[in-house]
Design a protein around this ligand. Structure first.
Ligand code: NI
Length: 409
């Protein structure tokens, strides 16, 4: 089976590179993936999958069901959107859309999703199982996963797999991670309201700029002194504005920021904890405040059993040296976490780095990928999907225990 998957992936490789380059040169921003979605739907239909378009706004779902299997799905999720960045790679298949670029590798993700569908569809009778491919829009604005979930794509899904490219791992290698892979990411908007006055007479005013600086300092100090250092919290105020003139005390300061955390318990207590610090500083100096705390996506927590399955499939496919077990999570965020609220799953990092030259990070205008990684991603996902169904069909009791566990939680 593995040999056949590898042979098929190698046969499809030139076509997959063509697909990836097409997607790369036609990037679309979050929520506007119309051409991408139509293109994806076309490829999926040509492989004989059942295709639904406009799922979760611009998302696409392709379903492949072969043989006798229980009424449930293994989902494979890839995202399709690009970023508002002007490409500077100089590649001959560079973005044709000024100011829009696939700088986060979602063109590769989409291609790997399509390649996996092509390979599994070409296995014929050898593959028994049901795979639902989710091509998700708007990951960069952390909205698309929620749109797709609201449209019911997680119904009857028993497990879900996904991937993200990673330039600091060389192409041909994948990174897996047990437990937390990415952070919960929340946003805050905070306005400090003081009272204006003459710059020379601070005692007659309430200086919103100075109080804002106290609030920021107190928050950073409180993180280091009152949060468990083994459960990290990062708070970044990314934008601040206030004041009118050098000799006028500002009556209002507005700031916006992002709050990252890994541990679900920490995440749960953050809004109240932050408000308490803001309130106590403002109260000390007679200011008022308005705080809008918005919960964003939770942390991606990889399921141990599925991660184990992925690890052993990837090691079979590529050898143990090509599979890195990642010791550290990232404080980046991923809306894949929203699918995980409905089924266990695992997301891996697909190495796309060139071994012999420096690699630019994700979201960089010169970000490039070593396209050999596409076959690595396709084989890893296709073989993991086969192993998943083989084990499930051979040991249906695994499924029962997972179902009973789900009903308990
Ligand atoms: Ni991304």
């Amino acid at each position: 089976m593995l040999t056949q998957i590898k042979t098929l992936a190698a046969e499809f490789a030139p076509r997959l590179i063509e697909i990836r380059r097409h997607l790369h040169s036609h990037p679309e921003l979050s929520g506007q993936e119309y051409q991408t979605a139509a293109y994806v739907a076309g490829v999926l239909s040509s492989c004989g999958l059942q295709v639904r378009e406009a799922v979760g706004k611009t998302g696409v779902v392709g379903e492949l069901k072969r043989g006798e299997c229980p009424p449930q799905w293994l989902a494979i999720r890839t995202d399709m959107d690009a970023l508002p960045i002007t490409e500077q790679t100089g590649l001959d298949f560079s973005s044709r859309q000024t100011g829009v670029m696939h700088a986060c590798g979602h063109d590769v993700h989409t291609t790997v999703g399509l390649g996996t569908a092509m390979v599994l569809a070409s296995l014929g009778e050898q593959f028994a199982g049901a795979v639902r491919f989710l091509f998700q829009p708007a990951e960069e604005i952390a909205q698309g996963a929620g749109w797709m979930v609201a449209d019911g794509v997680m119904q009857s899904v028993a497990a879900i797999l996904s991937l993200h490219v990673f330039p600091s791992i060389p192409a041909g290698t994948i990174g897996i991670r047990y437990g937390a892979l990415t952070a919960a990411a929340d946003d805050l908007e905070l306005t400090i309201i003081g009272e204006s006055g003459h710059g020379a007479r601070p005692h007659e005013a309430i200086d919103a700029i100075w109080i804002a600086s106290q609030v920021i300092t107190s928050l950073q100090q409180a993180i280091s002194r009152t949060q468990n250092p083994l459960r990290p919290v990062v708070l970044t105020i990314g934008k601040i504005s206030g004041g009118r003139a050098p000799n006028v005390i500002a009556d209002k300061v507005e700031m916006v920021g992002t709050v990252r955390s890994l541990h679900p318990e920490t995440h749960a207590q953050l809004p109240a904890w932050i408000e308490q610090i803001v309130a106590s500083v403002c109260q000390s100096y007679g200011a008022r405040y308005e705080l809008h705390y918005r919960r964003g996506v939770p942390s991606v927590q990889n399921d141990p059993l599925l991660t184990q399955l992925l690890e052993s499939a990837a090691k079979d496919a590529w050898g143990p040296d090509q599979v890195q077990v990642l010791l550290e999570p990232s404080l980046g965020a991923e809306d894949f976490a929203l699918f995980l609220e409905h089924a266990p799953g695992t997301m891996f990092r697909l190495g796309v780095g060139y071994p012999d030259r420096p690699n630019h990070p994700l979201h960089h205008p010169q970000f490039e990928v070593d396209e050999r990684a596409i076959v690595t991603g396709v084989v890893t996902l296709a073989y993991t999907a086969c192993q998943y169904w083989q084990q499930l069909l051979a040991h249906p009791e695994t499924r029962r225990s997972r179902e009973s566990r789900d009903s308990e939680t």
